[in-house]
Design a binder for this molecule. Structure first.
Ligand SMILES: C[S@@+](CC[C@H](N)C(=O)[O-])C[C@H]1O[C@@H](n2cnc3c(N)ncnc32)[C@H](O)[C@@H]1O
Length: 259
């Protein structure tokens, strides 16, 4: 048997499995038909719910924040979106997104490496739909970002964890473990509580870490999310309410009134 010069070389004939094996043991999502992770993000009921409420995405331009491994991007493109711009800050996730793009022939999606926060605060671009799933609770200034999201699209799909002091009081072990204090902030003349949170481990040591860019984050309360949408002229439908080991969460589909 001939020796392969080093681990950087692939000796077998080309295959999708060899591509997936580049991140062996590091996939979160279940990639259709390929041995990978186990979270069904390429067939996610939450995204299908959002696509349905949006009236479909065929021919639409979509902004996706934090695509992770491109599972939702895949769903949006398969549903007919004409352009999906997906911004991902984690370099390993970004590379996995590019592999997914190659593996599934995504031609109308663009993955960009970077922090969507400074980009969103500056951009004047607008989209038919903004998808912000699993990102708001990883940010240090979530209300400012949610405000910017509302400027970027007439329809917004948001899935996020939040604080609900009835479901997770300050005496709850989840609250005591992660939260480090409450600050009072203001949005358009209305005060709201911001619950500061800190990652306890060094997140950079885990290749499967899929949180935010900074080690300190903040969660808002559910009512604050509804208030920000209302202040921006959106009506909101809520679904998928849950309360797991991380905390309460839900899907929000927001639609600008009169559009
Ligand atoms: C918890 S995952 C959610 C992934 C996917 N959207 C979902 O709902 O399953 C958060 C993703 O957003 C990315 N992310 C977090 N903060 C970001 C930021 N400020 N800019 C760009 N990507 C970010 C993470 O790297 C990760 O891929």
């Amino acid at each position: 048997m001939e020796l392969v010069v080093n681990d950087l070389y692939e000796d077998r004939a080309p295959s999708p499995e060899a591509v997936v094996a580049l991140f062996d043991g590091q996939w979160v999502s279940a990639l259709p038909g390929l041995p990978s992770g186990d979270v069904p993000l390429f067939g996610d009921d939450r995204i299908q719910w959002a696509i349905d409420l949006a009236g479909g995405v065929a021919g639409k331009r979509v902004l996706e924040l934090g695509p992770l491994e491109g599972g939702h991007t895949f769903m949006l493109e398969r549903a007919g979106a004409v352009d999906v711009r997906a911004i991902e800050a984690n370099t390993l996730c970004y590379l996995k997104c590019l592999l997914v793009q190659q593996l599934f022939g995504l031609k109308r999606s663009r993955f960009e490496l970077g922090n969507f926060v400074p980009w969103l605060l500056e951009t004047e671009e607008t989209y038919d739909l903004v998808v912000a799933a699993g990102v708001l609770y990883h940010l240090s200034d979530p209300v400012t970002v949610l405000d910017a999201i509302c400027r970027a699209g007439d329809q917004v799909y948001l899935w996020t964890h939040y604080v609900d002091l009835e479901l997770m009081p300050v005496t709850d072990r989840r609250y005591k473990r992660w939260f480090v204090g409450v600050e009072e902030h203001e949005h358009r003349g209305r005060t709201y509580p911001l619950h500061r949170r800190a990652y306890k481990r060094n997140p950079t040591s885990d290749p499967k870490f899929i949180g935010g860019v900074h080690t300190t984050t903040a969660w808002v309360e559910k009512q604050t999310i509804l208030d920000v949408f209302e202040a921006n002229g959106f009506e909101v439908e809520v679904a998928h309410e849950a309360n797991n080991h991380s905390g309460p969460s839900a899907s929000f589909f927001a639609r600008k009134k009169g559009v």
